[in-house]
Design a protein around this ligand. Structure first.
Ligand code: SF4
Length: 150
């Protein structure tokens, strides 16, 4: 049973130092239900007082993510940019079926006609739920297992 912690976050659209993303969006943080043994993000256990053996058993949900993004976009000037979902934990892990934060955040970007590249990195088949939404963007890239959709 996954421990779910709803949190109020201060940020959702964050500048990135990654080579192929100007910004990252992480709707879920400090935890990923997939719990892969090779996950680099498991170091976050120490930030939430967990043992590494508990990786995969908990997730933090940024419950105010959608409101934060709407607020941020009012002052957003970097429309010629790229956004990556996500740099920390999987945006389509199990809790997404309930919270739909990734879907809602993509919808907000779509409503604003975001013209840049949207990249999605996931190992979840739940990503296929949002295919119609992806097609509303001019540019998107989804990495699902070994497949890249352009
Ligand atoms: S799906 Fe990705 S983020 Fe989640 S545990 Fe596995 S490697 Fe880490």
């Amino acid at each position: 049973m996954t421990e779910i912690h709803e949190i109020e976050s201060k940020s959702i659209l964050t500048r990135s130092n990654l080579p192929d993303a100007d910004f990252v969006i992480n709707p879920y943080t400090e935890g990923c239900e997939f719990g892969c043994h090779y996950c680099y993000a498991s170091f976050m256990c120490r930030y939430v007082g967990k043992d590494i053996s508990e990786w995969g058993n908990f997730v933090h949900v940024k419950k105010n993510a959608v409101e934060l993004l709407k607020k941020h976009l009012k002052h957003f000037k970097s429309w010629d940019s790229s956004i990556f979902f996500t740099s920390v934990t999987d945006p389509y892990q199990g809790v997404e079926a309930k919270y739909k934060l990734t879907q809602q955040l993509l919808q907000v970007l779509s409503d604003h006609q975001y013209p840049g590249l949207i990249s999605i990195l996931t190992k979840s088949s739940l990503v296929t739920r949002d295919i119609n939404l992806f097609h509303t963007f001019k540019k998107y890239r989804s990495r699902h297992d070994n497949y890249i959709y352009r």
